[in-house]
Write a protein that binds this ligand. Structure first.
Ligand code: ATP
Ligand code: MG
Length: 438
């Protein structure tokens, strides 16, 4: 078989402290405290997963997963600052200020559960909830590079699956049979792309082949879980590379079918999307915040605009109105794949619907745009459009300049009439319409 690892192997390769480059300095003080206390109490205690992998690659891991043979109740008995979470499979969260160290008891892989009901008819894992030993825990993990255990007892690394070699060769290799492992959990395809982009690893050809067979299975993944993955894929600082890999492996089309359709049709749209991805990566690199609603707005921009044009041809309405209605429909369709929380869809629709208003450069209505609560995002969106030649550069500059002007300069820019000199009577409260709420 092409894959590394020999399911059921009981003996790890143990790489002693002197023979690897992982130092405790790479791990947080809190994670080390947890490990030491478990160890002192007589339990096995390992760091596992991304933090060991990232430490080997000198990438300064930020979150730490501990694996132990202590049960969750035994972990809780050792730590005052500990909460047990999860119903199906209990994990201990040990809190140090804002940092949380996740402590998981070794688990047996579902494939070791001698019971057909552990998988659905497409082979997806439904149950994964049996405590086990470290030599069982290792086989339920996804990639060999994610299955390295750092032993606090002697600072050695335990490797059952050839993970150290794969990290050195910069390869993402699934443990076990790739076809089966992707059927069990199709999200592993997205994880492959995410790690390949983040770590600059090559995806093992056998995994690529299996991905091409199973891309369609992403549609069975709960839409809420796909939203979580979407965030990890596009907000980790490698959005553009991730996007290319997702498209290369047919995964983007499963996540965003309407967007993929337009990308194939329209080169300008591709340039626009690419500019947004580069922009997102630049912001992450500079430590600035990113909101998913901006990128989602970019992904839906052309599908929404096209549908809005159809709407306007059918019925008389303003461009803004048509954009708002069209984004509602495009989002409704999209939610069946990836469920986007309302706190992102509402501002996204506003951001798109405001676009035509940047064409209006004078009068009170133009001033109103500047005061709109969604101005900032809509302005950034418009700037991006102008960057790729889809919005007039002069007008874009107008909106940039006007933001730093004084009140009187601004009045001149917007060509506002001087206010009448006479004092206005105090404003009365607007009366509510009787029909409101009907
Ligand atoms: P990062 O923290 O950089 O996203 P990570 O590898 O730590 O990467 P997590 O999602 O934090 O990823 O998961 C921790 C570990 O749990 C992984 O390294 C892997 O061993 C295991 N794991 C997580 N998700 C899966 C999955 N879907 N299938 C199999 N194993 C998984
Ligand atoms: Mg992690």
């Amino acid at each position: 078989m092409k894959n590394s690892g020999n399911p059921g192997a009981k003996e790890p390769q143990i790489i002693p402290r002197a023979a690897h480059n992982v130092t405790r300095g790479e791990f947080s003080k809190s994670a080390l405290k947890v490990l030491y206390r478990l160890h002192k109490a007589g339990y096995q205690a390992f760091l596992v997963g991304g933090c060991v992998r990232d430490a080997m690659l000198e990438l300064h891991p930020k979150d730490f997963d501990v694996a132990t043979n202590a049960t969750p109740d035994e972990v809780r008995a050792l730590f005052g600052n500990c909460r047990l979470i999860g119903r199906r499979f209990r994990l201990a969260h040990v809190r140090f200020g804002r940092e949380i160290i996740e402590v998981a008891t070794f688990r047996a892989a579902a494939v070791h559960v001698d019971d057909d009901s552990a998988h659905d008819h497409e082979g997806r894992i439904l149950r994964d909830n049996v405590y086990g030993t470290i030599d069982e825990d290792v086989w339920r993990r996804d990639f060999t590079c994610n299955a390295l255990y750092y032993n606090i007892a002697d600072f050695s690394i335990w490797d059952y699956v050839g993970g150290v070699k794969d990290v050195e060769r910069r390869r993402l290799v699934l443990i076990g049979d790739p076809e089966e492992r992707l059927r069990e959990d199709p999200v592993r395809m997205l994880r492959a792309v995410r790690f390949a982009a983040k770590l600059d690893f090559t995806i093992d050809p056998a995994v690529v082949e299996a991905m091409h067979h199973h891309a369609r299975l992403l549609s069975n993944v709960p839409a809420a879980r796909l939203f979580d993955e979407f965030l990890k894929l596009f907000q980790a600082g490698h959005a553009e590379r991730t996007f290319d890999l997702l498209r290369e492996h047919g995964l983007f089309a499963e996540m965003f079918p309407a967007t993929e359709h337009e990308l194939l049709e329209d080169e300008d749209f591709m340039r626009f999307v690419r500019a947004a991805l580069q922009n997102t990566d630049r912001r992450v690199a500079a430590g600035k915040s990113v909101t998913p609603m901006f990128l989602l707005g970019v992904f839906f921009w052309l599908p929404v605009r096209n549908l809005a044009a159809i709407r306007r041809a059918e019925e008389k309405m303003s461009e803004s109105q048509s954009l708002s209605l069209a984004s509602y429909d495009i989002l409704a369709e999209q939610q069946r794949r990836i469920s986007i929380p309302r706190r992102f869809t509402v501002p996204m629709r506003e951001m798109l619907a405001l676009q035509p208003r940047f064409e209006l450069l004078n009068g009170r209505r133009a001033v109103k745009l500047l005061e709109h609560r969604r101005f900032r995002a809509a302005y950034d969106f418009m700037l991006l459009r102008s960057e790729v030649g889809q919005f007039d550069g002069e007008a874009a500059k107008f909106w940039t300049d006007v933001q730093t002007q004084t009140a009187s300069e601004r009045a001149a820019s917007f060509k506002l009439q001087a206010k009448p000199a006479k004092k206005r009577p105090p404003r009365r409260r607007r009366r509510r319409k009787k029909t409101q709420g009907a």
